[in-house]
Structures are given as structure tokens and as C-alpha cells.
Write a protein that binds this ligand. Structure first.
Ligand SMILES: [Zn+2]
Ligand SMILES: [Zn+2]
Ligand SMILES: [Zn+2]
Length: 317
């Protein structure tokens, strides 16, 4: 993914604060059921590409997800527009009615509210005492459901969901849950990726395409007998000639000083490299620039990274 300039553009966008909080939009027509229209638009990429990109970024630790909301959708057509319906648990008729239940705390009798109704008053059918204050001398334990077709009474009706779109009746267990997450950008990690990891991956890709064998973070013993740690050592064999390239990465808050340039030159010389390249992020100090010019070291500063592919090709000719 390091090769894709769209990723860099995306990272720039989110680093600029435009997308510090990425929120999905539910879309029943996409494979993942969610899409990110703002990001698709900014990158000029389709929903599938952006979903994969976001998954990659989560895996690599550049995005952190947090629960946003949960949706219940139709398992047949993915529609979120479902209608709740209740049915008789015995005969499946939808013609059931709610009945309010009352409990007389004095004698513990439980019955339908209508059994207690006596004009304006509530009278217990068991003990014939009047009920006065709810929560004090009587309670309502809730509702029961009575089927008007078969007369069955149940505290819980059978529940189903009707999908008007595909006209299916769905049981509770068949409903599909979709959990939506929002994503926060891990700024520190993204900044590191942009500065360190991406240029390195891009350079490795360019070299491999160009036929180089690439060794990363390798230890090499030079002609002097000294051992050197080399960020990238690239070798290309053509016939009897060998072209050897040493690439170093220097990253600092403000600028890279001449010491890094001199050390890299010494390594390159000692391992017999024809070309030495320094990626200096963000830039070289004026002093370091003089050394680099003197030693004929090709330098890529942060500002050069956009044109890395073209510039690099000409530097390794
Ligand atoms: Zn449906
Ligand atoms: Zn019934
Ligand atoms: Zn009673």
C-alpha cells in the first residue's frame, strides 16, 4: 500500500484535521454494509477500496475504532426498515390485544383491570375491598396478551418483524445485527508512517522494479574490516558488472546535520557502493548540504518525496 499516492493523499487529509473523526454511512447495497462517502469523494475511489483501506489502517494501528451504533436489519434484503409485529403464541394469529393486569397487595389477587372496574372505583373481585393508591395498596405487574381468535392468554406474545421491502416475516433469531464504528486517527502513528515508513517502502518498490536485490537493515563488513549497519543496501547485477547502492534515512525534528552525511559517505565508501543516497527528513542543515554536494551524495528531503518515483529513477541511472 506504500506505493499508492492515494494513501498519502488520504493521510494528508486526515492529518489536516478534515477527517479527524471518520463516520460510516449505512448502505445495504455494499458488501460491508457501510461506506465512507466523504473519503470516497476525496480520494476518488469506490466504496470497496475505501473499506479495505480503512481496514488496513486499523490493522496497522493508524485508526482506532469505537462503538457508534447498532442497527437491526433484514437478513434477506438488508433493509433496516422493519416493522415489529406480535402474534398469538398458540394459533399464530396477529389478532391479539394487550390487557392491563392489577395486583391487590392486601390479598395478593392478580387479575385483569376490567375485573376490578366498578363504575369510577376499583374493587377487588376476591376480597371486595376498594383499591386506592397504586404502589401503596395495589400494583400493576404489566400486561398480558389475549388472542381474540383462540382466547389464549400469555405474558409474552410471539414477536416477529415484517420487512415491507422483501415482504418476509422474520423471527428474532434471524435478524441481522450491524454494528457501526467511528474511527479516530492515531495522529502520532500516522505522522510516523508518513515520515518514516512510506518513503522507505516506496524506495524499496522502485528498486525492486528496477531489478535491484534489496537488503533492509543489514550488517555489512566493509573493506576496512569495520561492520556497518545499513538501512538499505541494493545490488544489481548486469553481466560482469555489479551496481551497489547504499541508502540511509535520517529523521530529525528540525534538520539533519553534517555528521549523518559524513557517516553515510564513509559506510558507502567502505562497502564499495557506486552511489550513496540520503533521505533527510525534514531537510539538511546548510553545512550538511555542503558535505553532501562535496561527496556527491544524492539527497531527498521531505519536499522531494512527492516526486520520489521520477527523481529516484534519474538518480540511479
Ligand atoms: Zn427484507
Ligand atoms: Zn390464538
Ligand atoms: Zn383483594
Amino acid at each position: 500500500m506504500g506505493r499508492d499516492p492515494k494513501l498519502l493523499k488520504f493521510l494528508d487529509l486526515i492529518l489536516d484535521g478534515g477527517f479527524s473523526d471518520i463516520r460510516p454511512v449505512f448502505d445495504p447495497k455494499t458488501e460491508k454494509l457501510v461506506r465512507y462517502p466523504e473519503i470516497e469523494q476525496a480520494l476518488e475511489k469506490n466504496a470497496a477500496f475505501v473499506s479495505r483501506l480503512i481496514e488496513d489502517l486499523i490493522r496497522l494501528g493508524y485508526l482506532k475504532r469505537s462503538f457508534l451504533s447498532k442497527m437491526v436489519i433484514c437478513p434477506v434484503c438488508n433493509s433496516p426498515d422493519l416493522r415489529y409485529q406480535t402474534f398469538c403464541h398458540k394459533c399464530d394469529s396477529p389478532y391479539i390485544v394487550k390487557i392491563k393486569m392489577l395486583e391487590h397487595l392486601f390479598c395478593n389477587y392478580v387479575g385483569k383491570e376490567e375485573e376490578f372496574q366498578n363504575g369510577q372505583r376499583l374493587i377487588c373481585p376476591k376480597c371486595q375491598k376498594e383499591l386506592f393508591i397504586i404502589g401503596d395498596d395495589y400494583n400493576s405487574p404489566g400486561y398480558n396478551y389475549r388472542c381474540c381468535e383462540c382466547g389464549a392468554i400469555s405474558p409474552t406474545p410471539k414477536e416477529k418483524w415484517f420487512c415491507p421491502k422483501c415482504e418476509n416475516l422474520i423471527e428474532r433469531e434471524e435478524l441481522k445485527d450491524v454494528i457501526l464504528f467511528s474511527y479516530k486517527v492515531n495522529r502520532q502513528e500516522i505522522e510516523r508512517l508518513r515520515r518514516e515508513r512510506l518513503p522507505r517502502e516506496r524506495i524499496i518498490n522502485i528498486l525492486k522494479k528496477d531489478g535491484y536485490e534489496v537488503e533492509e537493515n543489514t550488517r555489512q563488513v566493509g573493506r576496512s574490516g569495520a561492520e556497518h549497519e545499513i538501512d538499505i543496501l541494493a545490488t544489481k547485477y548486469s553481466g560482469s558488472t555489479t551496481h551497489r547502492l547504499v541508502i540511509g534515512f535520517s529523521i530529525n525534528e528540525t534538520e539533519i546535520d553534517s555528521e549523518d552525511v559524513i557517516k553515510l559517505y564513509a559506510k558507502g565508501y567502505d562497502v564499495n557502493a557506486q552511489d550513496v543516497i540520503l533521505v533527510a527528513i525534514p531537510k539538511l542543515s546548510p553545512d550538511a548540504e555542503n558535505f553532501a554536494r562535496h561527496y556527491r551524495i544524492k539527497v531527498f528531503e521531505e519536499k522531494d518525496l512527492e516526486r520520489l518515483e521520477e527523481e529516484f529513477a534519474s538518480a540511479t541511472q
